[in-house]
Design a binder for this molecule. Structure first.
Ligand code: OOG
Ligand code: NI
Length: 298
């Protein structure tokens, strides 16, 4: 089972590295400053997917893949202004990343928008995950990186963007990984807080999402997050039009030791001793990493 999960995760990561040159850029900068020796030294806090909340698709469909590999569904989050719902999933073993899956609440959009989105998603007439052999890593990898509906037109993409940049992102990018997340708290001294790691990133020329401030902090103070702004990808639309649109980004997370474990020494601290889960207030701003307000800012 874990071999299959390993292969699915490595397929996701290899497509993601190709789409987001900042991934290798950051890894190389980390090696150059001696923060890590090699890419595999990085702890991946979580990965994230975006979905359309329509029949046969959405969270209830995509999650089946990861529940099959032993992930456990955890907390629910709601984002009224962005019209999104999300859940996070705890991994079957601590060396695997957590998973965050969000879903667009189609019913909260205008009838015109619903009609436009379903003109694409209605091409899916049965839950595609139920037709997959989840023990076949190659089949799952292919499914995650192939079209479920026709290629959108540039016109439709722009219409969607005007009301929901998330909707436009999913119509084009589908289940491509939205981000992976570098855990910073186990890095060496000088780089093991979000504040310090952000300083390292900016010094090396990486552009951070500044929505609500560059550091997003949970009210309990235990979860601090930051992210790059999405890199633009060359996208080919129906009819052959080509335009640069938002692809994926990279996130950074610092999970502090919980107050009840404050007495543990650094070498005793494990994942279970740190702040778990996610935070709606942080996530709300991290979603904006692919929004034009961030990707197009000076
Ligand atoms: C996900 C944004 C939220 C987090 O860690 O809270 C998030 C997205 O942009 O799809 O990643
Ligand atoms: Ni995230």
């Amino acid at each position: 089972m874990s071999i299959i999960l390993d292969n699915v995760l490595s397929g996701l990561m290899s497509r993601y590295r190709d789409r987001v040159p900042d991934v290798l850029g950051i890894i190389n900068a980390m090696i150059k400053e001696n923060i890590i020796q090699q890419a595999s030294d990085i702890e991946n806090d979580h990965i994230a997917f975006r979905t359309m909340g329509v029949p046969h698709l959405g969270i209830q469909s995509l999650e089946k893949i990861f529940l099959h590999y032993g992930y456990q569904k955890k907390d629910y989050y709601h984002f009224p202004e962005k019209k999104l719902d999300a859940y996070w999933y705890a991994p079957p073993a601590p060396h695997y990343p957590r998973i965050f899956i969000s879903e667009l609440r189609i019913k909260d959009l205008s009838p015109e928008m619903q009609q436009l989105i379903t003109s694409y998603t209605n091409e899916v007439t049965a839950d595609p995950v139920e037709q997959l052999d989840l023990d076949d890593a190659m089949a799952v990898d292919q499914f995650l990186h192939s079209g479920l509906w026709r290629l959108p037109t540039w016109d439709d993409f722009q219409t969607l963007s005007a009301q929901s940049e998330y909707a436009a992102w999913v119509i084009y990018n589908r289940y491509y990984l939205n981000h992976f997340t570098i855990s910073v708290h186990n890095l060496k001294e000088g780089y093991n807080t979000i504040a310090q790691f952000n300083e390292f990133l900016e010094r090396n020329g990486f552009k951070l999402n500044n929505a609500g401030g560059k550091i997003k902090t949970s009210p309990d103070g235990g979860l601090l997050q930051s992210s790059t702004v999405a890199e633009m990808i060359g996208a080919r639309f129906a009819g052959g039009d080509e335009h640069a649109i938002s692809g994926s980004y990279i996130e950074f997370a610092e999970r502090r030791v919980l107050p009840q474990f404050a007495h543990l020494s650094t070498d005793q601290v494990q994942r279970i001793h740190r702040r778990e889960g996610f935070e709606a207030g942080n996530a709300d701003k991290i979603f904006e990493s692919t929004y034009s307000s961030q990707t197009q800012r000076d």
